[in-house]
Design a protein around this ligand. Structure first.
Ligand code: ADP
Length: 482
């Protein structure tokens, strides 16, 4: 089976968040199910640098007014198609924002072009490769099924839309519609029209043959006004076509026994040697040595991630003998508040901003626990890395966090199944209570060691979920009349 995946970021080429991890790991996991996945992504400068010499296998005489090329290359086991369109992608700054952090004003065009190229590939643009299924990720790829729907040829190729976070919808003013090269009827409730605007994700969710999101709990939550962010009605109407499949992680990239970023590798059997990573991590962050727990946070610094709640509980973490190492960037107000907290508690709280993949590995390997007080979390990956690295997750009871971490309540502790701590309600007080429970458990090394070991036994690999995607593809292919 041949599947075209369409994504705006793919690890290890370009990453701003969990989408890249998923888009980079799923194709490898699907290989074991006999599925050949090719991934289309934009040719940002970082991508072009990393792929080096690549074969041009097709051209577009005009894609939104300019010529573009399609490059094919194998990279670390991934079969990539790179959309080479310098006037759209060759920019300093990130994939979505300029160097000053502002959204590129033509993002709709940049990602409509990606989607249009995908739909042409579905139509048979490449003489020797046509996908059986098209799998589009998030709003950036969401016009793919819409373009397919309005093209005369591609009806027979089923499409899947995966939502990694419904908070990001790709909503633009109605004035962009004429630029999308869609027929006038596409600007309607059945397609991309969204409360008078253009909603790219909305169009994809209406049009794709199946919808997935990244955990069973989140699949339920987005049916409600609290989490659906305006799309709950549409999703309810499409409830039969919506499933939640929890993300896995790349267990080769994230393996504490072989991870070259670490001061000391370890596995469940040699867990005690993990302490060397803790000592090194504390030193790296300029934190005091000590017996208390070392907490970490690796996160976008945003309201969604509950970082304001973290700010509120820092005095209690410090007063209880804990230390805290933070890696993240995001909301300037939250960054300032966290720097201020670090300034008030030198040697006990430290923050590093920017994006640092190797450091994120060292933190998972050295900290005792990772705090993830998200208000909503479609799946979340950092708790999965934490489980695998013996870094006990303390998580908001929501979405994928609720699905993947087993709370250390008395019953779970007795049964030996606990893998972390959940907080509910997701408030500063809820976080305080969860931290108190974590401090208590940490004080008894036998209890803490059991929680760590149990976490390390959790299956956080792609094995099961890749099978779920493979089964979904097979179901779609067997459906008549698509
Ligand atoms: P989201 O995609 O909502 O940001 P996830 O938990 O799904 O959240 O994925 C976040 C990914 O980004 C994880 O791989 C995490 O380790 C990584 N990450 C987040 N912030 C940083 C950072 N500042 N430096 C390095 N990695 C980071």
């Amino acid at each position: 089976m041949k599947v075209l995946s369409v994504a705006s970021e793919v690890y290890p080429l370009i990453k701003t968040g969990g989408l890249a991890d998923v888009a980079g790991a799923l194709p490898l996991a699907l290989k074991r199910h006999g599925i050949a996945m090719r991934t289309l992504l934009p040719g940002y400068p970082a991508v072009m640098r990393k792929i080096g010499e690549a074969r041009q296998i097709a051209t577009f005489d005009t894609l939104f007014g300019n010529p573009a090329g399609l490059l094919a290359v194998e990279h670390e086991g991934l079969d990539l198609l790179v959309l080479d369109a310098p006037w759209l992608y060759d920019r300093e700054g990130g994939p979505y924002v300029d160097a000053a952090g502002r959204d590129y004003p033509d993002n709709f065009r940049r990602f409509a072009a990606l989607s249009l190229a995908a739909s042409e590939i579905a139509n048979g643009k490449l003489a020797d490769w046509r996908p059986d299924i098209v799998h589009a990720h998030d709003w950036q790829a969401a016009l793919t099924p819409v373009y397919m729907r309005f093209s005369p040829v591609a009806h027979s190729v089923p499409s899947i839309m995966t939502v990694h976070n419904i908070a990001f919808q790709g909503q633009f003013g109605a004035d962009i519609f004429p630029e999308l090269a869609l027929p006038p009827e596409a600007f309607s409730m059945e397609f991309v029209e969204y409360y008078g605007d253009v909603g790219l994700l909305k169009g994809g969710l209406r049009t794709a043959h199946a919808i997935t999101t990244v955990s069973p709990s989140y699949a339920q939550e987005i049916l409600t006004p609290e989490f659906g962010m305006g799309l709950e009605g549409l999703l309810q109407a499409r409830g039969d076509d919506l499933v939640g499949i929890v993300n896995g992680i790349d267990t080769v990239v994230w393996n504490p026994a072989t991870d070259s970023f670490l001061a000391r590798s370890f596995d469940a059997a040699t867990l005690k040697t993990r302490i060397e990573n803790k000592t090194a991590l504390a030193a790296e962050f300029g934190l005091e040595a000590g017996d208390g727990p070392l907490f970490c946070v690796i996160s976008r610094l945003t309201w969604q991630k509950g970082m304001d709640l973290l700010v509120e509980v820092i005095p209690e973490i410090v007063a209880s003998g804990g230390r805290l190492a933070i890696l993240g960037s995001g909301d300037p107000g939250l960054e300032t508040a966290l720097f201020a907290a670090a300034g008030r508690h030198p040697g006990r709280v430290a923050i590093t901003t920017g994006y640092n993949e190797p450091l994120s590995h060292r933190m998972q390997a050295g900290a005792d626990a990772i705090i993830i007080p998200s208000r909503f979390e479609p799946c979340g990956l950092t708790q999965l890395y934490g489980l695998r690295y013996g870094c006990v997750p303390i998580v908001g009871r929501t979405g994928g966090l609720a699905d993947t971490v087993i709370d250390a309540n008395e019953a779970a502790l007795l049964a030996g199944v606990a893998t972390g701590f959940q907080l509910a309600p997701i408030t500063a007080d809820g976080l305080r209570m969860a931290l108190r429970r974590a401090f208590r458990a940490y004080a008894d090394p036998a209890v803490w060691g059991r929680i760590q070991a149990q976490g390390m036994k959790s299956d956080v690999s792609w094995d099961r979920s890749a099978g779920d995607y493979a089964a979904l593809y097979a179901r779609l292919l067997s459906k008549k009349g698509l």
